[in-house]
Design a protein around this ligand. Structure first.
Ligand code: GTP
Ligand code: MG
Length: 436
């Protein structure tokens, strides 16, 4: 606890009014409202003048009676008010308990509660934007649309199975419903694709900076971070261990890893550093590979699909030399930067383009950034894919129906509409910051 301008203490549950009434002189009316009151400790000593906001169930965040106590933000006064409330019958909330109660009282869905958590932890503007949308319930609406599209196809099939004598159901054949299912599949695929890329925005893109010694890897890290974090020198093999740094841009966060320059060496410690460099490159989401303009173009083996090739020290190149270098490394379409002069905007732009983060920032689609949520959606998509394969294999509509129903159930689970075991539920909400 630290000193703040004001502290806000929230009571939630059916005894909320009873508990606060023990610390004030005249009972509050059991209604929504605001009031300024003197707050007394159990011995009757005046502790503070507090501003109270009351919410009567179900019209509160948790769906229960809630009293919000706005007191002065001193550490001691806040502590004494908390102690008084506890003496009067309250207890401290468990981690995530407010959100859990809101969920159990059907005030918010699982996606919304995840959105609250993400909002608190957002490290950049895009992550903030996505979490606000998820928290607001807009994403629920979009997922519900997908659900009702699945429901439409299921209903068609079900009617054909239950009432085969109806003329309208004659055209419900696997071939005829195929187009509907393809549309469904593409819709879910798009959400997954955007979500996977957006989750980088939330978690930080794990970015390895690699290359031969002296190309300016540590200088590039420092230039990103705008501080002298890694040691830079013109001696080859300066960096031996991984140096980490994190930087947030408007649409993404980079978790940068500067590595030891890769070369043949007899030095055991340097060798270990180089092994680490290769491992880091393997594990990374993104590799910034600094090419050596003076050396030959024999490259370290990297996964090109996740690599951006960079030529540093552009400040040292004449126009003529730059053209030659561009030619030499044409197939890698490298980005030119000068770490020394902090001239790295073109690289930042290239990263943004690679992950297409602008598209995500502008997108009106549902975007989920939590691995569990994406996994559920992926499972739903695989069931829809199964349905399509079964159509191609000439299976009957009742078999196709089974997969669509499972996909539907997965979406329900994503929204938290299915029965969820208590233990799993506790685990979901435990990651919340205290009491939220
Ligand atoms: N002119 C110029 N010099 C640079 C630039 N970036 C780095 N240097 C210089 O290049 C030398 C090597 O830089 P480092 O950042 O230590 O290179 P490194 O790739 O981390 O080297 P190792 O850790 O040994 O693998 C230093 O003398 C830097 O000042 C640049 O953009 N322009
Ligand atoms: Mg270095």
């Amino acid at each position: 606890m630290a000193t703040q301008a004001i502290s806000i203490i929230r009571l939630s549950g059916e005894d909320s009014f009873k508990i606060i009434n023990r610390s004030i002189r005249k009972d509050l009316n059991h209604e929504n409202g605001t009031t300024l009151r003197n707050f007394y400790d159990p011995k009757g000593n005046l502790l503070d003048q507090v501003f109270l906001i009351t919410f009567v169930n179900p019209n509160s965040f948790t769906g229960e009676d809630v009293v919000e106590i706005n007191c002065h933000g001193g550490v001691l006064v806040t502590k004494r008010i908390l102690e008084t409330l506890i003496a009067n019958g309250a207890r401290m909330a468990e981690r995530g308990e407010f959100s859990k109660r809101a969920f159990l009282n059907q005030k918010i869905s699982l996606i919304q509660s995840q959105g609250i958590n993400d909002l608190i932890e957002a490290k950049n503007d895009l992550a903030l934007k996505i979490s606000a949308k998820n928290m607001s319930g807009k994403t629920n609406v979009l997922i519900n649309e997908v659900k009702s599209n699945i429901m439409d196809v299921i209903s068609k099939i079900q009617t054909a199975i239950d009432y085969p004598e109806y003329e309208e159901t004659d055209n419900v054949t696997p071939e005829n419903i195929k187009d509907d299912i393809v549309v469904l599949h593409n819709g879910i695929k798009k959400i997954i694709d955007l979500s996977k890329r957006a989750s980088f925005s939330k978690n930080g893109i794990k970015t390895a900076i690699i290359g031969v010694p002296n190309v300016g890897k540590s200088s590039l890290l420092n230039s990103f971070l705008n501080e002298d974090k890694a040691i830079v020198s013109n001696e080859q093999g300066t960096t031996r261990d991984i140096v980490e740094g994190e930087i947030a841009f408007s649409n993404f966060t980079l978790s940068l890893l500067d590595t030891a320059g890769i070369r043949k060496t007899e030095n055991k410690i340097e060798q270990l550093g180089i092994e680490k460099s290769l491992q880091v490159a393997k594990d990374a989401d993104l590799v910034l590979y600094l090419l050596d303009v003076k050396g030959d173009s024999k490259l370290i083996d990297v996964d090109k699909s996740k690599t951006i090739f960079v030529i540093n020290k552009v400040d040292e190149l004449s126009n003529e030399q730059r053209k030659n270098v561009e030619n030499k490394f044409k197939e890698y379409s490298p980005v030119f930067v000068s770490a020394l002069n902090s001239d790295i905007d073109s690289l930042i732009k290239r990263i943004e383009d690679k992950f297409n983060l602008n598209e995500i920032a502008k997108s009106d689609e549902a975007i989920l950034t939590n691995a569990d949520e994406i996994a559920k959606l992926t499972l739903a998509m695989s069931k829809v894919e199964n349905a399509l394969t079964n159509i191609s294999n000439g299976f009957s509509i009742d078999l196709i129906n089974i997969d669509l129903r499972t996909a539907f159930e997965e979406l329900n689970e994503l929204l938290g509409f299915n029965e969820i075991e208590d233990e799993i539920l506790d685990n979901i909400f435990k990651k919340y910051c205290l009491g939220k």
